[in-house]
Design a protein around this ligand. Structure first.
Ligand SMILES: [Zn+2]
Length: 336
């Protein structure tokens, strides 16, 4: 007899991952990672083509995954998507996937029809937030630092978003107003996500390496990858883990605007708990938190003492909060 399980999918800008969530034990198994068909891969295509290719690529991989794991029922499907999702399951924008295109896809409806199963689509940071909520006792803000930057505030047993799914878009907050500010995937300029995300840090490291070649040559980063144009975020993570001053200094320059955004969230709504997660931040680990705390301590947070500021951050230890959180949400969702 087949075991009851849900198919959970984390649809990110660079990769999407499929997994089997087993509700009886609240665990995931059989994670499969596939490259996302994003706008970088389909740059020449029209909008309709990108939408069709994106959906077909997703459907094909979902069907293959279900076939490969035929000992499970997959009674429900949950998609955690890298962009705002309305309560009806409609996606409009996902800059790391669709670039600067505005789209209008009812992901839930399309996938439900094609897969002949109950489908739920929510934002990926929301999915992770449901995982964190299972062990948090006070209101908190979850912030992801990966291909992009995103956040969600969990308050009074719900996630604060508006009726179109927006809320928690600090990645698209303009924090660099200079002429040469980096471009965001969404088409905007100087957005936090273009600066403090994994992609943002990589771009800044390449820029600084070109500006100050002697600093780059003398860095541990250059020992890991001698050609600056060939650098990846993996090299950056490794150099920071080896306490390379050149790379760590650039990281500090990117956590500075993130710390300011957090300072504003605190000032505006009084949230004192910040859970940092996402591939880039979690790979750097405690050094990422240290950088963020160092930057936020440059200014005072009204009403908080130094010790409270130092302890307001937690780095997620679970590597898959989004996939597990998607499963937890499917379990909670009635009539799904
Ligand atoms: Zn943006």
């Amino acid at each position: 007899m087949k075991e009851n399980a849900y198919l959970v999918i984390d649809l990110g800008g660079t990769y999407f991952r499929l997994a089997t969530y087993i509700p009886s034990v609240q665990k995931i198994t059989a994670i499969k990672k596939i490259e996302t068909l994003n706008y970088l891969a389909t740059r020449q295509d029209s909008q309709n083509n990108l939408e069709d290719k994106f959906i077909n690529h997703l459907l094909l991989n979902m069907e293959t995954y279900i076939e490969e794991n035929s000992s499970f029922t997959f009674s429900k499907i949950g998609i955690a998507f890298a962009g705002p999702v309305s309560p009806q399951g409609v996606i409009h924008r996902a800059p790391t996937i669709t670039g600067n295109l505005n789209i209008d896809l009812n992901l839930k409806k399309i996938l439900k029809k094609k897969m002949q199963r109950d489908v739920v689509a929510i934002n990926d940071v929301s999915a992770a937030t449901w995982y964190f909520a299972s062990s948090e006792n006070e209101p908190f803000c979850a912030i992801t630092v990966s291909s992009g930057i995103g956040n969600k505030v969990f308050y009074n047993n719900s996630i604060l978003i508006n009726d179109t799914g927006y809320g928690g878009e600090i990645g698209h907050y303009t924090c660099d107003h200079s002429e040469n500010a980096p471009l965001c995937d969404c088409g905007g300029k100087g957005h936090l996500g273009a600066i403090a995300s994994g992609r943002g840090v990589l771009a800044k490291v390449k820029l600084e390496s070109a500006k100050s070649p002697e600093k780059f040559i003398n860095s541990k980063l250059s020992a890991l990858c001698p050609k600056a144009q060939d650098l990846t975020t993996h090299h950056i993570v490794q150099a920071i883990l080896e306490d390379d001053p050149f790379t760590t200094d650039i990281l500090d320059q990117t956590t500075a605007p993130l710390s300011e955004a957090i300072g504003l969230i605190y000032a505006a709504i009084g949230i004192r708990r910040y859970i940092i997660f996402g591939g880039f931040a979690q790979a750097i680990g405690t050094r990422y938190l240290s950088s963020l705390i160092k930057q936020i301590k440059r200014f005072a947070l009204f009403g908080l003492n130094e010790n409270q500021v130092e302890t307001m951050f937690t780095l997620a230890s679970e590597k898959e909060p989004c996939l597990i959180g998607m499963g937890i949400f499917l379990d909670r969702a009635e009539g799904v």
